[in-house]
Design a protein around this ligand. Structure first.
Ligand code: HAM
Length: 421
C-alpha cells in the first residue's frame, strides 16, 4: 500500500483511460457549443445558504451529502453539490439577465456529494451542464433535451433511454400535492416512507420495492392533474422532440433529487451501468431565480455525469479517446547533438499541427524503436551520427516499415505526405 491513496469514493483518471474521460467531456461541451451556449467558470465552493435555499433544505443532497465547513474567517461554505444554484447566483450577481434572453451557459467541472461510494457513484463527480435562463418557450425545453441527446449520440452511444415528465407549476402542483398526501395517508406505509411522504410526498412515487409499487399502483399522478398551461407546454415539448427525432418515454413517476424543478423534467438512463444508471438529468426551474433574490425569470438546464457517460461508452464497447499518443516519434541515436536535432524537427512538426513525442535520455536504437511503436505513431524520425554529418534524417513509415533518408529541410514535407495517406 502506498503512503497516500485518493480519498474514498473519489476517482483518479490516469492514462490511457483519462483520454476517454477528456474525449467524453469535449464531446458533451461541443454539443452545447453547437447550440450557442457560452462557457461559464464558477467557484467550486459557495456560501452554504445558496445551496440550502436553491437546491432545497430537505433534499438528501443538501441535508446529508454536502461537504460543509467553516473557512478561517468563520463563514460557512460548501463544496458545490451541483451547478444550477451557482450559475443562477452568477447570472443575478453579474446582471446577465439584463441582456438578451435567454442567457445560455455551459460549464464543466467537479461536484461533491458525500454519498455511499459504489460503482458509478462517487463523492467527487464530474458534470457537463447547460443552463438557459429567461425564456419559458417549450422549444427551449426541447433544445436542452436535444443538446444532451446529441452529446451522447456524437460519442456513438445508442443504448440509453430518455425519460421525461412534467412536474406542473405553482398553479397546479399544490392541489395535486394535497391529493397525493391524502391518498398516501390512506395507505399503510412503513415509518421511513411515511417520513419521506411528510417531507415531500412526490418522492414516494418512485419507490422501486415490489410491494410498494403494488400499493402505489393507483396513486394520483401529476401528469393527470396538470393545469391547462402546463399541459399545453408539455404537449409542445413532446411535439418538438418528436419532430427532432429524439426518442423518449413518458415516466410520470420520475423523481428528481433536487427541489427546484417545475414543468419539464427528464433523465437519461443507461441500463449498462448497474444501479447508478442515470447518465444525465435536468429540467425547468421556473421559481429558482426569484427564490435566490433575482427577478422572476424561468430557466431550464441539465447536468450530464461525465464519469457515468464514460462508463456507458465502455459498457457499449465504444473506444472513446483511444487514439495513438502521437503521430510522429523522434529517435535520436548517439549524443546530445542528435537529440537536439530531433527536438528541433519535432518543434516544426508540432507547429504544423501534428502530435509528436520522442525518446529521451540517449536510449539504444532498439529500445527507442520499441518506444516508437508503443507510442502508436505512424512515423518515426531517426537521426544518428551519419545523418547529423549529412544534414539529413531518416523518415520511417511505421506501418509499412519503408524508410528513406531526406535532407532536414524536406523532413516536414515527407512527414506530411505520410500522415496525409
Ligand atoms: P443531478 O441529476 O443531481 O442533477 O445530477 C446530474 C448527473 O450527474 C446525474 O445524472 C449523474 O449522471 C451525475 N451524478 C450525480 N451524482 C453522481 C455521483 N455521486 N457520482 C457520479 N455521477 C453522479 C443536477 O445536478 C442538476 N444541477 C442538473 C440540472 C441542471 N438541472 C437543471 N439544470
Amino acid at each position: 500500500m502506498p503512503d497516500f491513496v485518493a480519498p474514498k469514493g473519489v476517482p483518479d483518471y490516469v492514462p490511457a483511460r483519462s483520454r476517454g474521460f477528456a474525449a467524453v467531456r469535449s464531446a458533451l461541451l461541443a454539443a452545447a457549443d453547437r447550440a450557442g451556449y457560452a462557457p461559464i467558470e464558477l467557484p467550486v465552493f459557495e456560501d452554504t445558504a445558496l445551496f440550502a435555499r436553491g437546491v432545497g433544505e430537505s433534499t438528501d443532497v443538501v441535508s446529508k451529502e454536502m461537504y460543509t465547513f467553516s473557512d478561517r474567517g468563520g463563514r460557512s461554505v460548501s463544496l458545490r453539490p451541483e451547478g444550477t444554484a451557482g450559475v443562477m447566483r452568477a447570472v443575478i450577481e453579474h446582471g446577465l439577465d439584463r441582456g438578451p434572453l435567454p442567457v445560455k451557459l455551459v460549464y464543466a467541472g467537479p461536484f461533491f456529494r458525500y454519498e455511499r461510494p459504489q460503482a458509478g457513484r462517487y463523492r467527487q463527480l464530474q458534470q457537463v451542464g447547460i443552463e438557459a435562463v429567461g425564456s419559458d418557450d417549450p422549444t427551449l425545453d426541447a433544445e436542452v433535451v436535444a443538446v444532451a441527446d446529441e452529446g451522447f449520440r456524437s460519442l456513438g452511444l445508442t443504448g440509453y433511454r430518455l425519460e421525461i415528465t412534467s412536474l406542473g407549476d405553482r398553479n397546479c402542483r399544490p392541489a395535486y400535492r394535497e391529493l397525493l398526501t391524502a391518498h398516501l395517508g390512506g395507505l399503510d406505509l412503513d415509518e421511513a416512507t411515511a417520513e419521506r411522504a411528510r417531507i415531500n410526498p412526490l418522492r414516494v412515487l418512485d419507490d422501486k420495492r415490489p410491494h410498494m409499487r403494488e400499493m402505489l399502483a393507483d396513486a394520483p399522478l401529476m401528469l393527470d392533474h396538470l393545469c391547462d398551461a402546463c399541459r399545453e407546454h408539455f404537449d409542445r415539448v413532446r411535439a418538438v422532440l418528436d419532430r427532432l427525432g429524439v426518442a423518449y418515454e413518458v415516466n410520470p413517476r420520475m423523481v428528481r433529487g433536487l427541489d427546484y424543478y417545475t414543468r419539464t423534467t427528464f433523465e437519461f438512463v443507461h441500463p449498462g451501468l448497474g444501479a447508478q444508471s442515470g447518465i444525465g438529468g435536468g429540467g425547468r426551474y421556473d421559481g429558482l431565480m426569484a427564490e435566490l433574490g433575482g427577478q422572476s425569470l424561468s430557466g431550464i438546464g441539465f447536468g450530464i455525469g461525465v464519469d457515468r457517460t464514460l462508463l456507458a461508452c465502455e459498457a457499449e464497447g465504444i473506444p472513446v479517446g483511444q487514439r495513438a499518443r502521437c503521430d510522429v516519434f523522434g529517435v535520436p541515436v548517439g549524443g546530445t547533438a542528435a537529440a537536439d536535432a530531433v527536438a528541433v524537427l519535432l518543434g516544426q512538426i508540432r507547429r504544423a499541427g501534428h502530435r509528436a513525442d520522442m525518446a529521451y535520455g540517449g536510449r539504444a536504437l532498439k529500445t527507442a524503436m520499441k518506444a516508437a511503436s508503443g507510442s502508436g505513431a505512424r512515423v518515426a524520425l531517426i537521426v544518428g551520427d551519419q545523418e547529423l554529418a549529412d544534414g539529413t534524417a531518416v523518415v520511417r513509415d511505421l506501418a509499412s516499415g519503408d524508410q528513406r533518408t531526406v535532407p532536414l529541410a524536406e523532413v516536414s514535407g515527407a512527414v506530411e505526405n505520410l500522415l496525409g495517406d
